[in-house]
Design a binder for this molecule. Structure first.
Ligand code: BYC
Length: 470
């Protein structure tokens, strides 16, 4: 492959060909990215033709092109939503002043940290999912996995574009580091907790895309309000792709739930495992795990980082325009706190509670998905409801991590927690069982026994379409 980047090679709407300095920086980074992709991207399928969606513009009708492509040839493009003339800061101390087109010197480090943290999650998720192709339950799912993977690669490009364009030498160094850290690596881990957890089978993959990608939706939404306009414009377009990732998660879990109900009906004891399916209590345990790992991604309940990012106009709230007060200087917010081992309610400065406020929106959105799963259980005639555990349960970040709680939010001693955690979170036996089901189904139109088929195919194609040519 030639090392010269052209507009054709990198679809973009940033007039890449007119910026020689940026082109050179990306030319130096691209081969390193491809090396990383080959080493850490989907294992075993790099030379296969996959029916993929590629972003080719930001036009609402027609931004995506579908065709077969080998993943290393995917055209990872750079797209920003069009610039809105006269856009002003929508929140914080600079509310109403013109947004920035360049990095504000006084907030440079904070901004770089936000972009790097966002960027780091993208390759991390590809690394976490790299072995899953080998055990895909169908060609349809295999293709969706790869779709998610290449788009996370594009989201990495989006953040690297910002680093390379606006942060000079340290931006270039950060771009290199993004390819150097490794998910789960002891010495060079990824930055945020959930992105170092193994995603070792498809139930975890679907939970990840349901819950962890949904954190992505809310973080991107908060960053899309940013007063650093290039970041806002980039994140808005990333959200377009993110929707499909959450669709993969929500429908993936939904199909496992549906299949569990079918298998319950077929067995005199309603024993799903006896029929080779994944039973609802096991689904609940994986829900508990991935939901709580994802709650951690919002950071501490009371956070001066969050307050600073809001004050300086770098990170807003989800749908900032729905709020009345965009400055929130004297505003307070009531939250639950753990003080001296007791749960109390307290008013805190609103700006410091912004992580919790974003988490509130996230929790409501997760609940809507869980309600849809429960509706299908009810329609199948069973009295079982999946639930989101209390946000105190199984936390590793923030104040709840200082104590132990049941999924209902009741306090527990450390010993009780150790004794009982296997009731609520996947234990070794669950992991062994779920993994034992993960036998690949790579024939057209066929599907593994533990999951129901999808409601429809991709891009109006039939379910038995050859989504990946093996
Ligand atoms: N793990 O003030 P605090 C996505 C650190 S997902 C490890 O409480 P803050 C995607 C924190 O860095 C979206 N460390 O929190 C999904 C800080 O460290 P320092 C990714 C954590 O800073 C699926 C210290 O604890 N985007 O796109 O207000 C597939 C105290 O922090 C964690 C973003 O995250 C954790 N979970 O908020 C692919 C947006 N949480 O500074 C992609 C950018 C906190 O003391 N990031 N810490 O060393 C942010 O806005 C913020 O960094 C956070 C943390 C919301 C993550």
């Amino acid at each position: 492959m030639s090392s010269v980047l052209t507009d054709e090679k990198i679809p973009n709407n940033v007039n890449l060909s007119s910026d020689r300095r940026l082109q050179r920086a990306l030319e130096a980074w691209q081969p390193r990215f491809l090396d990383w992709w080959r080493e850490m991207g989907p294992e075993g399928f790099q030379l296969k033709d996959v029916y993929l969606r590629t972003a080719v513009s930001v036009e609402p009708n027609g931004w995506a092109h579908f065709d077969y492509v080998k993943m290393p040839d995917y055209r990872w493009g750079i797209f920003l939503e069009p610039k809105e003339d006269g856009r002003t800061h929508g929140f914080g101390d600079l509310y109403g002043q013109p947004v920035w087109d360049e990095v504000p010197g006084e907030f440079r480090n904070m901004l770089r940290r936000l972009i790097v943290t966002q960027g780091d999650t993208e390759p991390a998720s590809v690394e976490q999912q790299r072995h899953l192709g080998r055990t895909a339950p169908s060609l349809y799912d295999l293709r969706n996995l790869f779709q998610v993977n290449v788009e996370e690669g594009r989201h990495l490009w989006a953040m690297v574009y910002l680093l390379q364009t606006y942060f000079g030498r340290d931006g270039r160094e950060e771009a290199e580091e993004l390819l150097t850290r490794r998910s789960g690596d002891h010495d060079r881990p990824r930055i945020l907790g959930a992105f170092n957890e193994p995603t070792s089978h498809w139930l975890s993959f679907f939970m990840f895309t349901m819950f962890t990608d949904r954190d992505g939706k809310y973080q991107l939404s908060a960053l899309s309000e940013s007063g650093f306009d290039p970041l806002a414009r980039t994140c808005r377009f990333m959200l377009t792709e993110e929707a499909h990732h959450m669709f993969v998660g929500e429908t993936g879990v939904g199909r496992i739930v549906r299949r569990a109900c079918e298998l319950m009906k077929q067995d005199p004891n309603e024993d799903v495992r006896a029929q080779g399916g994944i039973d609802l209590p096991t689904i609940q345990k994986y829900l508990n795990l991935w939901y709580t790992l994802s709650l951690d991604l919002f950071g501490g309940e009371v956070s001066s980082n969050a307050a600073d990012a809001f004050a300086s106009g770098l990170k807003g709230r989800h749908k900032e325009d729905r709020y009345q007060d965009h400055v929130c200087l004297d505003a307070t917010h009531r939250i639950e706190l753990l003080e001296d081992g007791k749960v109390i309610e307290k008013e805190v400065a609103l700006r410091t509670a912004l992580n919790e406020i974003l988490r509130d929106e996230y929790v409501k959105d997760c609940q809507r998905g869980v309600d849809r799963w429960n509706k299908s259980i009810e329609e199948a005639g069973f009295r079982f409801a999946l639930t989101l555990p209390s946000r105190r349960f199984h936390r590793q970040i923030g104040m709840w991590s200082d104590a132990c709680f049941t999924p209902d939010g009741a306090p527990l001693t450390g010993e009780e927690w150790e004794r009982r955690k296997g009731e609520w979170l996947p234990n070794d036996a669950d992991e062994v069982y779920v993994k034992s089901l993960m036998q690949p189904v790579h024939e057209r139109g066929k599907i593994a026994n533990w999951i129901a088929p999808p409601a429809k195919g991709i891009n109006a194609l039939p379910q038995d379409f050859e989504y990946v040519k093996l």
